[in-house]
Write a protein that binds this ligand. Structure first.
Ligand SMILES: [Zn+2]
Length: 358
């Protein structure tokens, strides 16, 4: 456990000071890969079944360089819990996830964020929205639990539509007045006037500015797109957005042809990789390092990694920003490698066997 002595600055103070804030995310896929929740429903049951693993994951992401412990309440809203028949566990799950996040944040000198996310039924009747009041109530109960648990700010994320994101900002302002609100959109393939747009047809930069006008303190993009296809949108947003920007991509190799991880295909079979074969299109550490360098050039100060994240990638992101988190103690040192180390000369027979010349 690492004890930090510096007094803890809030999110907005850090951003105003020109600091970059790293927020490691992606818990759902981490625990699906580890065998503790089901791909499909994607509900964070692991918080109830194995809280010790969730606490450990919080600690691991801080160890790797996260400045924030994001409470694992993504998809822990009433609708998702009902989907797996566990609506009665909704409050306990949220409170446990938040309490552990607060404890780890206090022990490590990091910030703790409450987390709310999109609700499926809101999108079910697009282009009309679903039951706005019902969805807002779902946001509000989660935000109130986050406030009660002492969250430093609220992260509202993964919205496909501008209108649902706006509803989330309103819920934050009503239930967590005075606490910063970070709101991020998951941009799919909609285009308006040749520009990327939300699923309800609002051009991205306009959507971000309108969310800032509604009171969001940080606005940006998370999920859906990997670094390669999120960066072009961010480049435009960095010129046009008035609020601090957030950049939290999935860590998969999306491309112009398959701009989101929902559309990405296995390069060997051309079959859809989402959501269970994404391993074959995972970003490398170098991809993430380059992403970190680019967001720095763009002046984006709130950065993180979403689906597909793991500790080594968070460390790569942190190191790309010049950080040395505790996990950097174990960063690669190839000078001591048996083959690649300087001055190491493996036997010729081994070299021949590797190059196929014997
Ligand atoms: Zn994601």
């Amino acid at each position: 456990m690492y004890m930090y002595e510096d007094s803890i600055l809030g999110l907005l103070e850090r951003l105003r000071n020109g600091e970059t804030v790293i927020c490691a995310e992606g818990y759902l896929l981490v625990f699906e890969r580890r065998g503790y929740l089901t791909a499909g429903a994607f509900v964070p049951e692991v918080v109830l079944e194995h809280p010790e693993l969730v606490r450990q994951q919080y600690e691991e992401f801080v160890h790797a360089g996260s400045d924030v412990v994001l409470a694992f309440t993504f998809y822990a809203h009433r609708e998702k819990m009902a989907l797996i028949g566990r609506e009665n566990d909704l409050e306990r799950l949220n409170k446990d996830a938040l309490r552990m996040a607060r404890e780890v944040a206090d022990q490590t000198g990091t910030l703790m964020a409450g987390n709310i996310s999109k609700v499926q039924s809101y999108e079910s009747e697009l282009p009309k929205s679903g039951d706005q009041e019902k969805v807002k109530e779902m946001f509000k109960e989660q935000i109130l639990w986050a406030v009660e648990a002492g969250a430093d700010y609220i992260a509202a994320e993964t919205f496909h539509t501008f209108s649902e994101a706006l509803l989330a900002v309103e819920a934050c302002k009503e239930c967590a007045p005075g606490k910063p609100c970070v709101v991020t959109l998951a941009i799919q393939r909609s285009i308006i006037d040749g520009k990327p747009a939300t699923a309800d047809g609002v051009e991205v930069c306009e959507a971000l500015n309108r969310l800032a006008d509604a009171g969001a303190d940080v606005v940006g993009l998370n999920c859906a797109r990997g670094p390669a296809t999120m960066l072009p949108i961010l480049e435009d947003a960095a010129k046009k957005c008035k609020a601090p920007l957030a950049a939290v991509p999935v860590v998969y190799r999306t491309s112009e042809k398959t701009p989101t991880f929902m559309t990405i295909t296995d390069p060997m079979t051309d079959k859809p990789a989402f959501p269970i074969d994404l391993d074959c299109v995972q970003c490398s550490r170098t991809d993430i390092h380059n992403f970190g360098k680019r967001v720095q050039e763009l002046g984006i100060k709130y950065v993180g990694l979403c689906c597909g994240n793991s500790a080594h990638l968070t460390r790569s992101l942190a190191e790309s920003l010049g950080r040395k988190p505790p996990a950097s103690r174990y960063s690669p040192d190839l000078s001591k490698h048996w083959l690649l180390g300087k001055g190491n000369k493996p036997p010729q027979a081994i070299l021949d066997s590797m190059s196929g010349t014997n």
